[in-house]
Ligand binder design. Structure first.
Ligand SMILES: [Zn+2]
Length: 374
């Protein structure tokens, strides 16, 4: 992966490049960015840059032997650790080494992907992947060797927040006594879950979410998405490129109509209507359900902004009308609570909950929130 393959984020890239130019490459760095950000992609591009044999001012050369190996993630000085679980092929004590082939496919084809897609790639959809203490022992073996070909030995640890106490402590020990010319890149989505001792030993690299323009440009260039649709998706995706790509691959359906009807039926609170709507929800399939929930979340956000600032983003007239009316009929507490319901349901849909039951339950909760106004 080269920096050029990552859309936008010129500010973040410039900071990373400057550190290398000034010879100030910190040995432990925490690439922190939300789900769907470029944190993993940037860590891979940075690793490629560090070991490139012919570094250019703004990117790796993309041509040397090191770049070629890094683009396939097979450079002998590039190591990875990521959460894993048991599967049909790996039945006990799984480690990253057991899934390297799957990892290369995932990280190259879907560098903005989430732990959910990674679970699918591994074939362990319903299990919670983790980073075990065995991995920590592997780290020691991997980094105690001298760099084979490159200037740096690099270890990219994806989602360190999924380490347990034992593996976290083992990692800490390594960070305290780093071998020379070794660079640890911890790629986290949720730094609040990290051990504070690990946080204090890493240099933080904050990676913002993609802005709307960056998403629009990427979707139009890579997916031949027309401008209007790209803008709409960028708005719903809210900085999450993984979500944007998922949406662009999905059939265009009018989620606004469905969401409006749903909220109207929650207001009137007729269980029969909500049950019928639940059947339609079920027929949408998991990806469609996720999109509707995501659309709902972005609409709640829009209403919150509207209540405070009376501002509307680039919405269609029918959407503006909805946001206007819904904001007036609710308050910020209601919007936040509905958002929480949608968010929780999204989580459960990803874990294969029964959509019909989930939808009805969620609708009743939302109806109660709307009725009690809190
Ligand atoms: Zn190169």
């Amino acid at each position: 992966m080269q920096f050029a393959a990552i859309p936008g984020l010129e500010d973040v890239k410039a900071n990373l490049l400057m550190a290398v130019r000034n010879g100030k490459v910190a040995h432990a760095q925490l690439f922190f960015g939300k789900d769907g950000s470029a944190n993993l992609a940037l860590a891979m591009a940075y690793a490629t840059y560090l070991n490139c044999e012919d570094r250019q001012a703004e990117d790796s050369c993309g041509k040397c032997a090191a770049c070629s190996k890094n683009s396939r993630l097979v450079h002998p000085d590039l190591h990875f650790i990521f959460p894993v679980a048991t599967s049909k092929t790996v039945d006990k004590k799984p480690t990253s080494a057991d899934y390297m082939k799957e990892w290369r496919t995932f990280a190259i084809e879907n560098p903005f992907g989430s732990i959910h897609e990674w679970g699918e790639t591994m074939g362990v959809e319903n299990k919670q992947p983790a980073i075990s203490a065995d991995e920590a022992r592997n780290i020691v073996t991997k980094i105690s060797l001298k760099a084979f070909e490159g200037e740096f030995k690099i270890l990219i640890l994806w989602l360190p927040e999924m380490m347990n106490q034992t593996s976290g402590n083992a990692m800490l020990k390594i960070l305290e006594e780093p071998p020379a010319k070794t660079v640890f890149l911890l790629v986290a989505n949720n730094h609040e879950k990290l051990l504070t001792t690990i946080l204090s030993r890493t240099q933080k690299v904050m990676i913002r979410g993609f802005d709307e323009n960056e998403i629009v440009n990427y979707l139009t260039a890579q997916y031949q998405c027309v401008d209007d649709r790209a803008s709409k998706i960028a708005f719903i995706a809210d900085g999450n490129m993984n979500e944007a790509i998922r949406l662009v691959n999905e059939d265009e359906e009018d989620h606004h109509e469905m969401f409006r009807e749903w909220m109207r039926k929650c207001f009137t609170f007729k269980v029969k209507d909500l049950t019928e709507l639940g059947e339609r929800f079920q027929k949408m399939g998991r990806e469609g359900q996720k999109t509707l929930l995501h659309y709902g979340l972005s609409t709640m956000r829009e209403c919150l902004v509207f209540q405070v600032a009376k501002q509307l983003s680039k919405l269609r007239p029918s959407e503006q009308d909805f946001v206007d009316k819904f904001s007036k009929a609710t308050n910020s507490k209601v919007l936040e609570n509905i958002g929480e319901q949608l968010n929780n349901s999204y989580f459960h849909i990803e874990r294969n909950a029964n959509p019909k039951i989930l939808f009805l339950d969620m609708s009743l909760q939302i109806a109660m929130i709307l009725k009690s106004k809190k």
